[in-house]
Design a protein around this ligand. Structure first.
Ligand SMILES: [Zn+2]
Length: 112
């Protein structure tokens, strides 16, 4: 930092005296009485200026269904993994059985 750029603590404080954040302007919802940011839809009931803008219940239901589906998808993937593992195991077993049969057959032939 160049000396020319240096400010005293007082200077910095004076500049920052206007940086405080103001409280958001909250208004009471006409329908449900919940506080909401003015000139925006009420997040609790989905109304703006006295009319229904968003169906909040439908949105909540949709969200819940989405979460449910995601959970089902996860369990579905796990089931698929288990199935493939089982398939691989059965295939290996079959191969072993075939090998044993092949080994057993020549012995019988020799006995005859
Ligand atoms: Zn409301």
């Amino acid at each position: 930092m160049v000396i020319r750029m240096r400010h005293t603590k007082g200077h910095t404080g004076n500049r920052r005296s206007h940086h405080a954040t103001k409280e958001p302007r909250l208004a009471k919802c006409e329908k449900c009485g919940e506080l909401h940011i003015s000139h925006t839809m009420c997040a609790n009931c989905g109304t703006y200026n006295g009319r229904q803008v968003v169906d909040v219940m439908a949105k909540l239901v949709k969200k819940a269904e989405k979460i449910k589906k995601a959970k089902e998808m996860k369990t579905g993937v796990e089931e698929k993994k288990e199935k493939t593992v089982k398939k691989v195991k059965t295939v290996k077993k079959e191969k072993k059985e075939v090998k044993e049969k092949k080994e057993a057959k020549p012995k019988k032939a020799k006995a005859k």
